[in-house]
Ligand binder design. Structure first.
Ligand code: SF4
Length: 326
């Protein structure tokens, strides 16, 4: 199944198998906030979260406030704007369509009636092949999972959960705001409802060793999630993490070490060779906004990062699943 130029099960390959051609994601903003930012759990957000929440690339221009000061997204306008953004890349003969990605903040943090109306107006569009919904596991009550399951019968629905780490100490440090047991319960309920689950993991959290990060990824393999997004920790200006980073830096404190590109490539390869062969690898690096990226600066050259990781697979003569279950 795996070859030196294709050592893991990429999202691109998966989409081609599902939809018969090239698929692009359209980032949307559903007009919701996050319980970790609005004071319900905390008002500071996760320590690494920039002002745009987890959706820095989602359209915000098309969100306006109604008379009750609720954010109302103008979805048709957002779709048009997002299609225009990716249209430069399209032209390939085998273009299949789009996945609508509700990316900004927590996209199930609203009542079911609102969510149903929001998601239906997107999923019913002809060129939309499916939905990807980024959210938190503590914002998926049974009626919301039931709604996603109904939508999943119209077109595929992927639920993306930001776990970041399985370790409770790290979770407290990043102010994630829920314990691992909540995540695990939600994954099981989503799987029981027939939904695809994609989990975000951050690599390089302060205080985590290589073995800690491997343990998180092995855990997700055992849990049977369908996909994983490996995100390099980005330190973005304006976040609490950035303040911590600057303080450590000025005090010459080594508690906050930043991985080199070679260390990162080696880590990603070690992780992927321990994941199940059928798990879809949605991402192997990050996509932080360069204008506020403080570290690691090498991550701004995405092409170089991807090439270095691919070379590492070849050098180690390894591939996804080679050490799965060891
Ligand atoms: S859960 Fe997402 S949107 Fe909410 S604070 Fe954390 S990173 Fe930001």
């Amino acid at each position: 199944m795996y070859t030196p130029d294709r050592p893991f099960y990429s999202l691109n390959q998966y989409y081609r198998e599902c939809f018969g051609g090239k698929v692009y994601k359209l980032s949307l903003n559903g007009g919701m906030t996050c319980p970790n930012r609005d004071g319900t759990i905390d008002n500071r957000g996760c320590i690494f979260c920039s002002a745009g929440g987890s959706g820095d690339f989602a359209s915000t221009a098309m969100v306006y406030s109604d008379r009750l000061h609720r954010n109302i997204p103008d979805i048709p306008a957002q779709l048009e704007q997002a299609r225009a953004r990716v249209s430069a890349k399209i032209g390939v003969k085998d273009f299949a369509g789009y996945i609508a990605y509700f990316q900004a903040y927590t996209n199930t943090y609203a009542d079911v009636t609102y969510l149903e109306q929001l998601f239906l107006q997107v999923i019913l569009q002809e060129d939309i092949l499916g939905l990807s919904v980024g959210t938190r596991p503590d914002c998926l009550e049974p009626e919301k999972i039931a709604l996603l399951s109904r939508l999943n019968r119209i077109k595929p629905v992927f639920v993306e959960l930001g776990l970041q780490t399985m370790h409770e100490d790290s979770a407290r440090f990043i102010r994630r705001g829920y314990p691992l047991s909540v995540f695990e319960d939600t994954v099981n309920r989503l799987k029981d409802a027939g939904l695809s689950v994609v989990v975000h993991v951050i690599l390089g959290l302060p205080g985590e060793s290589k073995e800690d990060m491997l343990a998180t990824c092995r855990y997700l393999g055992r849990l049977g999630v369908d996909g994983i997004k490996l995100q390099l920790l980005h330190i973005l200006d304006g976040t609490d993490l950035a303040e911590l980073y600057k303080r450590n830096f000025s005090e010459n404190n080594n508690n906050f070490s930043i991985m080199s590109l070679d260390e990162y490539a080696s880590l990603v390869v070690s992780i992927i060779e321990q994941l199940p062969p059928g798990m879809v690898i949605h991402r192997i690096t990050g996509d932080g906004p360069k204008r506020i990226l403080l570290a690691p600066l090498w991550s701004g050259d995405k092409k170089k990062v991807l090439n270095t990781i691919m070379k590492e697979f070849v050098m180690q003569n390894t591939w996804q699943g080679k050490k799965y279950g060891n």
